[in-house]
Design a protein around this ligand. Structure first.
Ligand SMILES: C[S@@+](CC[C@H](N)C(=O)[O-])C[C@H]1O[C@@H](n2cnc3c(N)ncnc32)[C@H](O)[C@@H]1O
Length: 176
């Protein structure tokens, strides 16, 4: 089956550049569901339309695998930042800013408070509708990223600021 699926990275980057958490991403030509998947991993709501019923199973399989895919993608994203910043510091010296959550250097002040919440759970609420919950305040889930060997960074313990994780993002996939 031809799908002309977009690379996940492309959808993820565009969604993160041009929307904020809790926004609604609309894809009128959903295909294999890449934009809804990227939205779910980025704490955005999403609505998708797909005329070809053959894609339903593919989309469902991708969504059912969301948690593992999302969390390893997020780990990779953090790890690649750490590699990038280590190389940059080696070549250009230390940066001006520091991310308060992950406790590693960042280049711009906008990156100081970025926290990428991992997917906690996925619930199917109706035939074509899913809800995703995230580890909003679970700082233990940052451990994978923080425990990377970073001799130039100071390692600190970070405490949760609020008690409860909340069911944060609703995502839905619809067909016409
Ligand atoms: C280029 S593909 C989208 C690929 C998608 N971005 C992905 O990553 O898989 C375009 C999709 O639009 C669907 N499509 C075409 N006309 C449509 C319509 N009128 N309503 C809903 N979907 C439609 C096609 O079946 C096809 O799956």
């Amino acid at each position: 089956m031809r799908s002309a699926a977009y690379p996940f990275e492309l959808a993820y980057r565009l969604i993160n550049m041009f929307s904020i958490k809790d926004d609604i991403i609309l894809d009128p030509f959903l295909g294999t569901g890449t934009s809804s998947l990227a939205a779910m991993i980025s704490e955005r709501n999403s609505i998708g339309y797909e005329i070809d019923f053959k894609f339903k199973e593919i989309i469902e399989n991708r969504i059912n695998n969301l948690r593992d895919f999302a969390n390893s993608y997020i780990d990779d994203r953090i790890n690649s930042h750490v590699n990038f910043i280590n190389n940059r510091i080696e070549k250009k010296g230390t940066t001006k800013h520091h991310n308060e959550i992950y406790n590693f250097p960042v280049v711009t002040s906008q990156e100081k408070t970025i926290k990428i919440n991992k997917v906690k759970d996925l619930n199917q609420v109706s035939d074509n509708e899913y809800k995703v919950s995230y580890y909003i305040n679970d700082y233990d889930n940052l451990e994978g990223a923080i425990s990377i060997e970073m001799p130039i960074f100071k390692k600190e313990t970070i405490s949760p600021t609020q008690e409860n994780d909340s069911l944060k993002t609703k995502n839905s996939v619809k067909e016409v």
